[in-house]
Design a protein around this ligand. Structure first.
Ligand SMILES: Nc1ncnc2c1ncn2[C@@H]1O[C@H](COP(=O)(O)OP(=O)(O)OP(=O)(O)O)[C@@H](O)[C@H]1O
Length: 289
């Protein structure tokens, strides 16, 4: 599997605030990645640094094996910012014409299809659109650009549930037909869990976890029961969070459990549940263990 993006040891500070701290990250070609992190974790700074909008203080970025110079905007990359607010006086169609000129793989038929899907009048001016619809313009550009590396910063921010579902479906379908590398930040963690193949969690400017969703589904569990039994079962396993729970204990673990181990836990009177991505995220951040 070849590497689409390699960030090596990136640090970026804004005055006294360090937004990215010695961050290293590799994205494989042909995969959808979810970029998670709480407010201020550094997601936008990372995306904007990759896209060349911000220069890192140190570290290197390679896109498809080519090292970028500071603030270089990689040709292969389309970066969709959180709130599309450019060219307020221009009409939607004019903005798409600009995008068509910028992105070599642009697909006009698909862009028109997306305008219909998202119920957008191409003759309307950007500044007349609601903020959710403006986000959709950015998403149309991200999809129709077919850029080999597409970065979305909170693409569903401000979208109603219907438009969110339409966007997720369009993303999945188009990705299936035109595989590329997509990195997508969001706070709606459980919504993107079925869509992304891998996740990257940022915490305080560093990469806390990078993992396949498949691996997460097999490894993230919540164990509940009598304190001694929980302690004994989780001993030697990666416990990411624990707390007193009623008269017993609750522990979130990150460890593959085979049928034998699950059976054994149940025999000890413990309850075992798989953790959703959102819960895993919460326990990782809360626990810090
Ligand atoms: N232009 C700026 N000047 C000063 N500090 C900044 C600037 N942009 C970001 N920061 C700070 O850098 C840190 C990372 O911010 P960033 O916007 O990258 O986080 P984020 O993960 O995208 O957050 P959110 O989920 O809230 O959008 C925060 O502490 C933020 O306050």
């Amino acid at each position: 599997m070849s590497i689409a993006l390699a960030c090596d040891n990136i640090t970026k500070s804004y005055g006294a605030t360090t937004a990215l701290r010695n961050l290293s990250l590799q994205l494989e070609e042909g995969a959808i990645y979810g970029l998670l992190g709480r407010n201020g974790a550094g997601k936008t700074t990372l995306l904007n640094t990759i896209a060349g909008g911000i220069g890192a203080d140190s570290g290197t970025i390679e896109v498809y094996g080519r090292k970028l110079s500071k603030r270089e905007q990689p040709n292969a990359c389309c970066y969709v910012r959180a709130e599309f607010s450019h060219f307020g006086g221009a009409r939607v169609i004019e903005v798409l014409q600009i995008a068509a000129a910028v992105y070599p793989h642009w697909d006009w038929d698909y862009a028109r299809e997306l305008l219909k899907l998202f119920l957008i009048d191409p003759g309307q001016k950007i500044r007349q659109l609601s903020s959710g619809t403006r986000s959709l313009i950015g998403n149309i550009i991200g999809l129709a650009s077919r850029a080999p590396l597409t970065l979305y910063d909170e693409p569903v921010l401000g979208l109603d549930v219907l438009m969110r579902e339409r966007f997720y479906k369009a993303l999945m379908e188009d990705y299936a037909n035109h595989p590329r590398t997509i990195l997508l930040s969001t706070h709606l963690i459980d919504e993107i869990a079925p869509i992304v193949e891998k996740i990257c969690i940022l915490e305080a400017g560093s990469l806390l976890l990078q993992e396949n969703m498949e691996q997460i589904r097999m490894s993230a569990y919540l164990i509940r029961g009598n304190s001694e039994a929980v302690a004994s079962f989780t001993s030697g396993k990666r416990v990411i969070y624990q707390e007193a729970y009623g008269r017993g204990m609750l522990a979130a673990i990150y460890e593959k459990l085979d049928d034998q181990k699950t059976r054994f836990a149940k025999e000890q009177g413990l309850s075992i549940e798989t953790l959703s991505l959102q819960k895993l995220f919460l326990y990782l951040i809360e626990g810090g263990l």
